[in-house]
Ligand binder design. Sequence first.
Ligand code: CP3
Length: 343
Amino acid sequence: MAKRRLIQVLEGERLTPPPIWLMRQAGRYLPEYRETRGKAGGFLDLCYNPDLACEVTLQPIRRFGFDASILFSDILVIPDALGRNLRFVEGEGPRLTPITEEEIGKLDPSRGEEHLRPVIEAVRRIRDSLPDETALIGFCGAPWTVATYMIAGRGTPDQAPSRLFAYRAPDVMDQLLATLADMSADYLLRQLEAGADCVQIFESWGGVLEENSFRRFSILPTKRIVERVRARRPDAKVIGFAKGAGALLEAYKRETGVDAVGLDWTVPREVGQRLQEQGTAVQGNLDPLRLVAGGRALNEGVDAVLDAFGQGPLVFNLGHGITPDAPLAHVEALVRRVRDFKG
Ligand code: CP3
């Protein structure tokens, strides 16, 4: 079988048109997703039901023919496996029991194996059901991003509780991040084993950290994941998405060892272009709100991404997840415009 287009680009090839998928492509903007989630009961029931998780993973592929699918799950299944009492409150987001310093040394990562079995089963079913040419992306959250939810017990605008925790007890923070890194690496390895073509590490909250803290709490734990994955799968392709990392993105790429780098919509184009010149594939960059606006705003945004990065290894994507208010017609228009790109 020929290599899937996404993987070719992650290996540093330039393809025209570039492969395209969208972060959070299975989600509430799709009527068929809302229907399946209703059938499952709730969001977490959907994550742990291999048949339904497979179904919602395939929905955006059927509708838009993206080049890649992403396992339907959530980064917070790791703290859930650790017994942190994860719930999703309708219209508000995740809630967990905030973790204390004392509890961190007592976490039991061995709970992951059994707890995450349905997710791994979903990976197997998805690979069996996908068109041959469609890549399957596995994923996990980066330790820092996952830790921010474990410490605050919810999402917060600037992750102040975790930053404070890290200043007051940096060694305990290191310990939590190391536990999460090892557990996440083992989880990614199981996804690769079950049929994922590559994996993505979501560092959605890297941008709230000062430079030294970013190196210690984001780069180092991510490097730990990459090394642990590569020790067993030297050929594994890893995409690192460090939202808000800005000028630190080159250090992030170099020091973590990821193969490809996600770009949010605020990164200067020079940063992405320099990465491409060194042979690194970049992914993303379109502001998700341009997809909501549609029309000229969307067309200009798509053209700007293709113009900036279309001459190097590029995976077309948004700079962050698609929002529930993105109209289906705009997604269709986006896919058409990217596929019409002639280089
Ligand atoms: O299609 C896909 O991208 C695959 C599935 C996926 C989800 N979450 C499903 C989801 C992926 C890759 C994620 C990653 C994730 N989850 C991140 C990192 C990426 C990012 O967006 O920054 C984070 C921080 C989370 C944690 C999380 N999950 C939050 C904060 C929320 C609530 C906010 C929201 O969008 O509702 C979720 C819920 C969630 N995860 C939904 C989906 C489809 C919505 C749940 C619903 O159906 O109501």
